[in-house]
Design a protein. Structure first.
Length: 154
């Protein structure tokens, strides 16, 4: 009882005592918050760097594949100009469609939803043209199929 009266009389002093010990009582919580904030900032910077690196790598791989297809299209179109009778109308149509797909690819919009559809269509067209021409061309970015007599590699 005496203790309760003493505390009520020293009400203002208790606040001072709480403030004195408040920092040490909340030390763990303070360090946890500071550590979290430092870790968050370091993780954000690291994640930004990692994201940039992955983005550059992915962009390079995509550009390399598109360049491969563009090169094949240009070679085929040149061969058609030299000797159009060697290529069927169907192959010429497929080459033209593949050319349009490469031209439509949204290079500056990697988040565009049509990116995967266009790339898938390009790969299918490429395989169809190669099969029709009876030529084995492979993009080095993909695992190679079994070696055959008509295999050409770049």
């Amino acid at each position: 009882m005496e203790y309760a009266m003493l505390i009520s009389q020293l009400g203002g002093c208790m606040d001072i005592r709480d403030d004195i010990f408040g920092g040490s009582l909340n030390l763990e919580d303070t360090h946890l918050k500071e550590g979290f904030q430092e870790g968050y900032e370091a993780g954000f910077a690291s994640g930004k760097d990692d994201g940039r690196e992955v983005g550059l790598k992915t962009g390079f791989i995509t550009g390399e594949e598109l360049g491969f297809y563009r090169g094949c299209i240009d070679v085929w179109k040149s061969a058609i100009r030299v000797e159009p009778s060697r290529f069927s109308a169907r192959v010429q149509k497929n080459i033209k469609e593949m050319d349009e797909l490469v031209s439509r690819y949204p290079i500056l919009e990697p988040e565009n939803e049509s990116v995967t559809d266009i790339m898938g269509s390009l790969r299918l067209k490429f395989r169809a043209i190669c099969a029709t021409l009876n030529v084995k061309l492979e993009y080095n970015g993909y695992p190679k199929a079994t070696s055959g007599p008509n295999e050409i590699q770049f």
